[in-house]
Structure formats: C-alpha cells, structure tokens
Design a protein around this ligand. Sequence first.
Ligand code: SAM
Ligand code: SF4
Length: 325
Amino acid sequence: MLTDAHHRIIDYVRLSVTDRCNLRCTYCMPENMHFVQRKALLTDDEILRLLQTLAAAGISKIRITGGEPFLRPGLMALLEKIKAIPGIREIAITTNGVLTQAYIPALQQLGITHINLSLDTLQADRFLQITRRNRFTAVMDTLQSLLQHNMQVKINAVVMENVNTDELNAFTALTRDNALSVRFIEEMPFNGQGHTFSGIVWNYHKILSTIGENYTLQKIVDAPHSTSLNYHIPGHKGNIGVIPAYSRTFCGTCNRLRISATGSMKTCLYGNDVLNVKEMMRDELQQHLLLPAIQSAIHARFANGFEAEQHHTEKNMESMSVIGG
Ligand code: SAM
Ligand code: SF4
C-alpha cells in the first residue's frame, strides 16, 4: 500500500496520455503551446508496466487525462489493456469532448462509464473565446450522446471572473432534466503563461452563494476523497458541486498521484515534479528501483497544497495540460 507521512493512502492515479490538445483554453495554455516530441511521451508498454507496478502497490483507480486523451493514437487499445491489469477497479476519463462522441459505444463495452466533460460555457461564441477553437457543436453533441447512452457524466466548468460567471444558473438548470453533475471549479494559476494571482474573487463560497440566490441547495454526503462539495436541488435529476481547487480545502484526504505524459510524477498539483518514472524505466540499471523511488517520493509529500506551493521552484509557469488537471 502506498502511504504518505501524513497517513494518507494513495490509491488513485491521474495519468496524462498526451500533452497535445485540439483546443487552446485560455486558462490552460497559450495559443503557441510547445508540445514535446513523441519519443518523449510514455509508450503504451511503459504505461502498462508502470500501472502494473502501481496496481500491485495498491492503486485501484486510474483517471485518463491529458492534453486531450482522444488525440493519443491507439487510446482504445491501451484502455483495454489497462482494464485487464489485476487490481485496477475503475478507469475514468476527463475529456474536452471534441472527438469523444465516436468512442462512446466502445467505452461502454469496456465498462468505462465515468466521463468528466470539460465545458465552461453553453454559448457558442463564448466557447470560441475561451477555447480559441470553433468546436462547440461537437462538444454539445458529445454531451447529448453521453446522456443518451446513460453514461455517468460530470461537467467540469472552470469559473472565471468576467468570463462566464453569468452562466452559473444556466449550468445549474441543466441538472433539472438531466441526470448529470455539474462541478464548478475554482480557477487555478496554471495557464502556461505565468498567469499569477494571489487570490480569486469567485471562490467556492461565492459560487455557492450565487447559485443559492436562485436554487435551494441541499448538501449531499460526499464520497470519501471527493474533491467536490456536492449539492442536490429539490426536483432536479442531477446535482451540482464546487471544487475548491484554489482554496484547497480537500488536501487532508487527498489520495492521488499525478503522472504527466512524459512520465513526470507529482504528489501535489501545486508542487514540483518529484520523480521521472520514464527515465527510470528506460534505464536498465534503475528499473528495479522504480517502486522504492515512488514510495519514497510519496512518503515525502507535503501536508497540503499551500506547503507544496511554497516549495515550488517553477511557480505558476506550468500549463494544466502538462499536469493533467
Ligand atoms: N483536455 C481534457 C479536458 O479539458 O477535459 C483533459 C485535460 S484538462 C487539463 C483537465 C481539467 O483541467 C479540465 O477539466 C480543465 O477544465 C481543468 N483545468 C485546466 N486548466 C485549469 C485552470 N487553470 N484552473 C482550473 N482548472 C483547469
Ligand atoms: Fe486542452 Fe483540456 Fe487544456 Fe482545454 S483544458 S486546452 S481542452 S487540455
């Protein structure tokens, strides 16, 4: 079992399978984002070996993320192999939905039913402003199709001051007739352009109180390790949640590890990379040291995202597409 010095068990890995993306969300990356050469990415074989090692050490849930995961060639075949790893009980995917629709039946066949769809606006012109790409219709078609296939859908909406805060009610209204969850995420300073801020106006309190002006919010008991605070609205089929990603209220129960598409490992979203698993796996002399190295990096994990941030030497320059969300 992978445990840190603060008695937190790590059983969840967020794995980025590509750094590439077909959108350019302003809060995530610059227009001229630099992508690494393909040979710098973990190969399928390396991903499988890594996940086998981690699963044997107690990891049971994998979230596939990116960049945009569906841009990775052969993703479905890779997912099928991940599914077969003993100990992996759940695979979930975070996607922007541009290419996802065509894969829904195959995902369902694999038993992958938990999909987080990133969507920050319900307006086509605003979608173009936020993502710098004209793919709103494709994403909305994916959303409809996911719901028609009874997939477990969570919409991830980053709440940005002066950009989309006037849509909190429209997003909440989506949960009336649709059995989905809309999770409003506090904006974090990871847009790959050194966009720093020392506080946010639209924190989870403000998001909740604004929605509460128009809707009755009843607290739901959150799942253990949930990063979202979730609420039911009487008469609605779905629910809403807020993710205090900037306020970091959930660090005490954090059970996750992040691996980038190039094999960099993070034990905290706000911290430095602590290990490169790809380099270790590609070095015959070091391969057998991989699990002990992961264990000791986890053991040295900071207590929370604020401590990790204080020790972060490349502050705020990263893109979330590299970290994987
Ligand atoms: N491309 C996929 C997508 O957009 O769903 C997966 C990768 S994306 C980096 C994962 C999640 O990170 C998305 O839900 C996105 O909204 C979120 N994200 C990216 N940059 C963020 C930021 N600066 N603050 C908060 N969330 C962010
Ligand atoms: Fe791409 Fe996702 Fe980042 Fe948007 S949030 S640019 S879709 S990786």
